[in-house]
Design a protein around this ligand. Structure first.
Ligand SMILES: [Zn+2]
Length: 446
């Protein structure tokens, strides 16, 4: 079996993945808070961990990889949005979760094995919190339950910060019910008009962090192989997950992976700069999902990624070419697997694919989530059958070989090129590859 090496954020080293249960891999990735369309920064994380999921399935077999990605469907941002729009919370979160699945599936993202919703695990969270209180790591006060950060010695280890630095640098909230400003909320009281559940501490709702610890434990157990998420989640979210789970006595995740953030044309994406867009905006503007995915995979997940129009155009051109050369296959060449197994070096894997064609290219496109065995509609020749032109050009070439008069061949080539078609002529024959500028109307009358 191929060794998969991954950069572990926890040890800051590249390590060989050594599954807890030999031959089986378990992974948890923090999913979206569902109240709005996913922006392309959110989508990068979905694609990165989908690519890892696809590699793991390729190496370990489809049935031997368990991937959990949650939906956060209880959150104050959700409550605020529902109030703003005057609609039911459950209705808002159900619709947004479906949007997320639609949009990510359009990017070739497979559905994870389990997609738990936080509201489905409230009892598990309450039990988890009760256990933390019993062990002295948490305390209840005024309807709140807080995690006692200073009681957990390793707090800050994952993100490499000391508690005192964190207090100095972070916007920690001082509140009368906190023993220490660093303590974070596990449970908080709910007013009558917002979602709440009965608990030993009164009617309330969970804080954000506890849901991942409780759901990972419920589905994957006390220890699992990989935990992923965006680099922006490392502190405080992941630091708090580690604190809760390890304080409860679980070993939790062996390898932590974080994908870096996304920019647009060299600038941080923000609503005020007008360069903020959602996956749906891109898809609706005519950018195919495969092209978006290809642009994402062009940059290593551990580096900041820049979305540019130039990259979009290049990705589209390459994919059109590849779809013209690929055939169905499932034997992925070693060099492509080796690149992916080297800390998910998708950039290198794509570089290797430039050397391929036929079934090897088809199998590689599949493992990269860029092909489902058929050429996507957008990359087909817009319904124009080019075979007549291939025949015409072949005939003209044959005649020209004898007459030594290539003027007809040249005229045909010029016209085809002007219509955005790449003309390839070799001993094997004539090949016509429509490029991104292909304009079928220019073929009329030829
Ligand atoms: Zn999480």
């Amino acid at each position: 079996m191929v060794d998969i090496r991954l950069k572990n954020s926890k040890t800051r080293r590249v390590e060989v993945l050594d599954p807890i249960v030999p031959g089986k891999v378990s992974m948890y990735v923090c999913g979206p808070t569902v109240y709005d369309r996913a922006h392309i920064g959110n989508a990068r994380s979905a694609v990165v961990f989908d690519q890892l999921f696809r590699l793991l399935r390729h190496v370990y077999g489809k049935d031997n990889v368990t991937f959990v990605r949650n939906f956060t469907d209880v959150d104050d941002k959700i409550n605020a949005r529902a109030a703003e729009e005057g609609r039911e919370i459950a209705d808002l979160t159900a619709e947004t979760a479906l949007w997320y699945l639609d949009d990510t599936r359009a990017l070739g993202v497979l559905d994870p094995t389990h997609m738990p919703r936080a509201t489905g695990y409230i009892a598990e969270m309450v039990a988890f919190i009760e256990d933390l209180i019993a062990k002295g790591f948490a305390y209840a006060r005024d309807g709140h339950v807080l995690f006692r950060v200073r009681s957990f010695e390793d707090y800050g280890k994952l993100s490499g910060r000391s508690v005192d630095d964190m207090i100095a640098g972070a916007r920690v909230e001082v509140a009368p019910y906190k023993e220490d400003p660093m303590d974070f909320v596990l449970w908080k009281p709910s007013a009558d008009d917002i979602p709440g559940w009965e608990s030993p501490w009164g009617r309330g709702r969970p804080g954000w962090h506890i849901e991942c610890s409780a759901m990972a434990h419920a589905i994957l157990g006390e220890q699992f192989d990989i935990h992923g998420g965006g680099a922006d989640l490392m502190f405080p979210h992941h630091e708090n997950e580690v604190a809760q789970s390890c304080a409860a006595g679980h070993k939790f995740a062996n390898i932590w992976m974080h994908n870096e953030m996304l920019q647009v044309e060299g600038k941080k994406m923000s609503k005020s700069l007008g360069n903020f867009f959602t996956v749906r905006d891109l898809l609706d503007s005519g950018v195919p999902g495969e092209v978006i995915r290809m642009v994402f995979l062009g940059t290593h997940y551990g580096k900041p990624m820049d979305w540019t129009e130039k990259k979009r155009a290049e990705a589209e051109k390459t994919l059109r070419k590849w779809y013209g050369l690929a055939e169905a296959g499932d034997a992925v060449p070693k060099a492509v697997v080796a690149a992916l197994a080297d800390d998910l070096n998708t950039h290198q894997a794509l570089a290797e694919m430039h050397k391929l064609d036929g079934a090897e290219l088809g199998a590689s496109l599949s493992v990269m989530g860029l092909w489902s065995g058929a050429v996507p509609e957008w990359a087909q020749e817009d319904g124009v059958d080019l075979s007549a032109f291939v025949e015409c050009l072949s005939d003209a070439r044959e005649k020209a070989m004898q007459s030594k008069d290539f003027s007809v061949v040249d005229a045909l080539k010029t016209a085809l090129t002007a219509a955005g078609i790449e003309v390839r002529m070799s001993k094997e024959g004539v090949e016509l590859l429509p490029g991104p500028d292909f304009d079928p109307s220019k073929l009329e009358g030829l």
